[in-house]
Write a protein that binds this ligand. Structure first.
Ligand code: HEM
Length: 191
């Protein structure tokens, strides 16, 4: 007999772990700052290639999170009603859609412009156009990091209910952490 509930939980948590990407992308682009503002086609091309591939990976993880999230509701006997009747579940879904929206904007709008500019770095001075786009992308990554942490906090609350005060405390810590990761590549992990 398959342990469907355990399997759904395992997949849900593993996919959630892989959603740490905004943190690691912030670290990658944060470390880029040490090399000055001049755009180098080889070095920046390498970094942009890593960053460019991230939205597609995130789509895959979010798809797993959606399916296993809904499966968890069904397998725990609640049916799909909590998606609209339980504010914690509803908020998780809405925030996940917000993350998808940000990822899609970066993937479809921002990233192609950055890639195009970096590719022409050898022939023209593109730095003045590239950095504002990167700055916006970095801001969006920090927002994504905060949203992912919030979704995780809400998810844990579904399994181990805890007070609104504790939720608020950790939301503040999540916001501080996202802000810190936006500013520096968190050399000590938590700060
Ligand atoms: C949008 C669709 C989603 C739905 C419907 C959903 C639903 C759920 C449900 C029902 C639980 C409780 C699990 C249980 O009873 O064992 C849960 C837990 C959890 N969710 Fe989600 N979730 C969604 C998205 C996400 C996303 C995007 C993340 C991470 C970025 C996430 C991270 C977690 C975590 C960490 C837990 C706690 C697991 C545990 O402690 O066992 N979820 N989710």
């Amino acid at each position: 007999m398959f342990e469907w509930l355990s399997m759904a939980r395992i997949l849900h948590v593993i996919a959630a772990v892989f959603m740490a990407a905004p943190l690691y992308m912030l670290i990658v682009v944060g470390e880029r700052g040490a090399f000055g503002r001049r755009i180098d086609a080889a070095m920046d091309g390498y970094m942009e290639r890593i960053v460019s591939g991230q939205p597609r990976r995130c789509y895959a993880y979010v798809a797993v999170l959606f399916f296993t999230g809904l499966a968890l509701l069904i397998l725990t006997g609640q049916g799909l009603a909590p998606v609209v009747t339980n504010w914690t579940v509803a908020l998780k879904v809405v925030l996940t859609l917000a993350v998808l929206g940000i990822i899609t904007y970066v993937h479809m709008v921002l990233q192609p412009q950055v890639n195009h500019l970096v590719a022409s770095a050898g022939t023209e001075d593109v730095a003045v156009k590239v950095w504002p786009l990167r700055s916006l992308r970095k801001r969006l990554a920090a927002v994504c990091l905060f949203l992912v942490l919030t979704i995780v906090l809400l998810g844990i609350r579904l399994v181990v209910p805890y007070s609104a005060a504790t939720l608020l405390l950790f939301l503040i810590l999540a916001a501080l952490f996202a802000w810190r990761a936006f500013r520096v590549p968190v050399p000590w992990g938590f700060g």
